[in-house]
Ligand binder design. Sequence first.
Ligand code: ZN
Ligand code: ZN
Length: 245
Amino acid sequence: MNVYGKVVLPMREDICSIPINEAFGPKQGCPFCRIRDAAEERMALYITGAAMMQPDVRQETNRLGFCPRHFDQVLQKGSRLSVALILESLLAQVAEEAFPQGRGASKKARAAAAARQETCFICENVDRGMAHSVECVVALWQREEEFRQLYASQPYICLPHYAMALKAGQKLPRREAALFQEATARLSQKALGALQEDVTHFCRMYDYRNAGEDWGTSRDAIQRAVGWLTSRKPDMSQDAGGKNR
Ligand SMILES: [Zn+2]
Ligand SMILES: [Zn+2]
């Protein structure tokens, strides 16, 4: 029973809403980024753990390979042996496709080498999962007033996930689609406005005339702005060697 005395369907337990409520509950950062990050992490753990020796999973990792970001993640999650075993069969498949014996660099082999730059097992699975999750978010938003409030109370939505949410929201009936769009735009635009202020303030702090002024919330404005624009916070830990100054 909910506060209105109505019997609530067990929606919180369905496969759709559990990860969504987990992502929206903490109200930290972009909730869609949290769903994506959790899915990436699960996937990297899965392929280097439980699924490591499963032929069907291996067949897919051989076929698709990994992008640099997800190779990094696989290396973080897996033991060296598990990564080496994945690489062993992946390299064998690349050898077969891109360097077929006795046929030189045929058109097909060249295409196979080029295609290797465009596919990633984790990207493909996570993208598919994300598309489903965003549809679930829209469905939850449509049917639960409580979730609408939770949605509206998020800190922000990053630009890539703003675009993704709007696209999924177009499937709603017209009036609800407009409301969903409004709620989503509010979250994303509010963040943009704050970032613009912080980045401008950050730039101003480099003016000697402002020496000694308060940085306010602008110290990590670069990370946050890139994070909002791309859905990924940049690694700012490299030293300054070789930079333009
Ligand atoms: Zn995001
Ligand atoms: Zn990837």
